[in-house]
Design a binder for this molecule. Structure first.
Ligand SMILES: C[S@@+](CC[C@H](N)C(=O)[O-])C[C@H]1O[C@@H](n2cnc3c(N)ncnc32)[C@H](O)[C@@H]1O
Length: 277
């Protein structure tokens, strides 16, 4: 890695620790790219009646969603935006011909509104949706679209296992109230935020059933997302291993194998498409 890029990453890690922002692992995240890109494809398929010439992909991560947007609208200018230097570094090295911006969604506004403001599996990490969603819509050009997908999976057995283990006396003192947790509101909430500024709001929920080899694979999946804020607070490899081992025991019980030995990982996701008049 070039010296300048390395020092940008070091500075970013330092600032992240100060603000308690969890660190993303691009390789771990990409391990489930096929499963994770499904909802992104489904969201893109529902965006009709718009031919965007300017698109922004908010929380673009490693660029999987950005590339799908480019494939769908090859004539459009597509910008990927994310606050993780690690994710943007991977996106930039894989797709050097695209435009990538490091920035924070907690304060983002565009100089010029975009025809499509898109976000797949990112906004649940950003707090205060009552402020965020109207602001995002204000950055959509007239006749354009805001399209968002977020997981609504906190009631799943996997999340329950993580919460239960994290609340055990051995671990509970290791986290504090600032621990970053994803937060998604109800469909009614988003309708209330979006409808005053929209000509049409579409909302739907899909539950995906991912067929995975075993419960250990579910652990790998949640290590790349839900568990990141916890693992960041466990610097010792031994502690991490013990913590993950306890979660795996719970996951094994919560996801019994099917006759062929595989497990079914159910995953609910909320989709929002708001059209600007
Ligand atoms: C689960 S990844 C999704 C990546 C991509 N959209 C996809 O579909 O593969 C979530 C991304 O949101 C980004 N993110 C979280 N909070 C953010 C914030 N406040 N500002 C910008 N990006 C943020 C993370 O850095 C991460 O790359």
């Amino acid at each position: 890695m070039a010296g300048a890029s390395a020092s940008v990453l070091n500075l970013a890690s330092h600032r992240r620790r100060e603000r308690n922002v969890p660190k993303w692992d691009p390789d771990l995240y990409l391990r489930f790219e096929r499963e994770r890109s499904l909802p992104c494809r489904d969201l893109i398929a529902r965006i009709s009646e718009v031919q965007p010439s300017r698109i922004i992909d908010l929380g673009c991560g490693t660029g999987t969603s950005t590339v799908l947007l480019r494939e769908r609208w090859p004539a459009a200018r597509v910008v990927g935006f994310d606050n993780s230097p690690e994710m943007i570094a991977t996106a930039r090295s894989t797709h050097p011909d695209s435009e990538w911006i490091i920035g924070d969604l907690r304060s983002w506004t565009a100089d010029d509104p975009f025809d499509l403001v898109f976000s797949n599996a990112a906004l649940h990490w950003v707090p205060n949706h009552a402020e965020l969603f109207p602001r995002l819509l204000r950055n959509v050009a007239s006749g354009g679209v805001l399209a968002v997908q977020m997981p609504v999976n906190s009631g799943s057995p996997a999340h329950r296992c993580v919460r239960e283990v994290a609340a055990r006396p051995t671990w509970a003192s290791r986290w504090d109230s600032h621990l970053a947790r994803s937060k998604v509101e109800s469909a009614e909430f988003y309708y209330r935020q979006l409808s005053p500024q929209s000509s049409e709001v579409g909302i739907w929920v899909t539950e995906y059933v991912h067929v995975l080899p075993n419960a250990a694979t579910i652990l790998e999946w949640v290590k790349g997302t839900t568990l990141r804020p916890y693992l960041d607070l466990l610097p010792s490899p031994e502690d991490r291993e013990t913590f993950l081992g306890e979660i795996l025991l719970e996951l094994n019980a919560a996801y019994p194998p099917q006759e062929d030995g595989r497990v079914l990982f159910l995953f609910r996701r909320l989709f929002l498409v708001a059209h600007r008049p």
